[in-house]
Design a binder for this molecule. Structure first.
Ligand code: AOF
Ligand code: ZN
Length: 367
């Protein structure tokens, strides 16, 4: 029971890094001697100290003989920072409770093993499902090489996204769009298409003034981290004149062939093979995983939504439903051409339902 209390605190600390640690995981650490919390820390940014190091600094001498609660196995490798298990051993910690092992092949059990070898009492698995939920993106990339993919959809009550004319701004509310800002902020990258860029000229940025105060306070240096904008642009239709090219943050254009235009430094062209008449989405996701993208937030039209679902690469749907009816001439939510039988229809499980302003937000996972 007491162990759970301290681990819950470590998880709460870890969450403070959720907008800033990418590509690293969110990790929290609590150091307890007797009944006193003597140290607390969380990982804030890649390249900066890990959670354990912050907590050990705060604990000082009091770490000697103490228990360390960590939401992820302490690392055993020399990365951008030195191994945490060495720091715990040097500080004289006598017990380490980890919520889960680190699937990073550089660590993968070696951190816990080295602690045990040093005579420290070690356990793992306490509140593991909470710890897993905290780092869905990092864990998926470490285990599979692919980012965690969330597909955002916005629709009317009758599942329509635009009038027949194409008119679509705005079906969902201001509150829903602010909610989207938080999802963007948590993601390493946002995926869209040249069709959406040409039609809507979107910014695909995180805007400080649209974030709630708690989210804003989560950026330690006050500087908003922009997710990378990944634009599928098979026919090289995006030009340096598009609005998003000049905005803060990087843009990666996924293309079959690069062009020779003078692009600003913030733009890269990724070469991705084609498959039939479109870019190979699986190859694109693999390339993003290699570039350390843990989590991908997709905001695109019905064609891309359908293609991603058909490719079976979507981990979660986030659907905003507006209390409006657009009628039968309006456009549908997902293009799924050739779908004739109910048995072939993609189906999902609702994992969360809540009201956001006047709209509903539905979260679903593929069955
Ligand atoms: C921990 N505590 O707080 C974090 C860990 O390049 P580095 O040195 O930052 O190492 C990054 C890797 O370390 C990351 O991929 C993950 O395996 C682990 N992250 N480990 O003990 C922490 N953030
Ligand atoms: Zn570490």
């Amino acid at each position: 029971m007491r162990d759970e209390f301290y681990m819950a605190r470590a998880l709460e600390l870890a969450r403070r890094g959720q907008f800033t640690t990418a590509p690293n995981p969110n990790v929290g650490c609590v150091i307890v001697r007797g009944a006193e919390i003597v140290g607390e820390g969380w990982h804030q940014r890649a390249g900066e100290p890990h959670a354990e190091v912050h907590a050990l600094r705060m604990a000082g001498e009091k770490a000697n003989g103490a228990t360390a609660y960590v939401t992820l196995e302490p690392c055993s490798h020399l990365g951008r920072t030195p191994p945490c298990c060495d720091a715990l051993i040097a500080a004289g910690v006598s017990r380490v409770v980890a919520a889960m092992q680190d699937p990073n092949p550089e660590v993968a059990g070696r951190g816990l093993y080295r602690l045990k070898q040093a005579g420290i009492e070690v356990s793992h698995g306490l509140m593991m499902s909470e710890a897993e939920a905290l780092n869905r993106g990092f864990l998926k990339r470490m285990r599979t090489g692919f980012p965690f993919v969330q597909l955002k959809l916005g629709a009317s009550l009758d599942g329509r996204t635009a009038m027949a004319s194409g008119e679509s701004q705005w079906i969902t509310s201001v509150q829903a769009r602010q909610d989207v800002q938080r999802f963007r902020a948590r993601s390493a990258a946002i995926l869209s298409t040249s069709a959406t860029v040409l039609a809507d000229n979107p910014s695909l940025t995180v805007r400080e003034e649209e974030l709630d105060s708690e989210t804003r306070a989560s950026y330690p240096q006050g500087e908003i981290r922009q997710p990378v904008r990944v634009i599928i642009d098979r026919h090289n239709r995006v030009t340096p004149q598009q609005r998003l090219i000049g905005l803060p943050g990087e843009t990666w254009l996924a293309r079959c062939q690069p062009d020779e235009q003078p692009w600003p430094e913030s733009v890269q062209q990724l070469c991705v093979p084609a498959l039939a008449d479109r870019l190979d989405l699986v190859a694109l996701l693999m390339a993003l995983g290699k570039r350390q993208i843990n989590s991908l937030w997709v905001e695109a039209g019905a064609t891309m939504a359908g293609a991603l679902l058909k490719a079976g690469v979507v981990d979660e749907l986030v659907v905003y439903l507006a209390p409006k009816l657009l009628g039968n001439e309006a456009r549908g939510l997902c293009a799924l051409p050739g779908l004739a039988h109910l048995a072939d229809a993609p189906d999902f499980i609702f994992s969360d339902i809540r009201q956001v302003g006047p709209d509903l937000r539905l979260t679903l996972t593929p069955r």
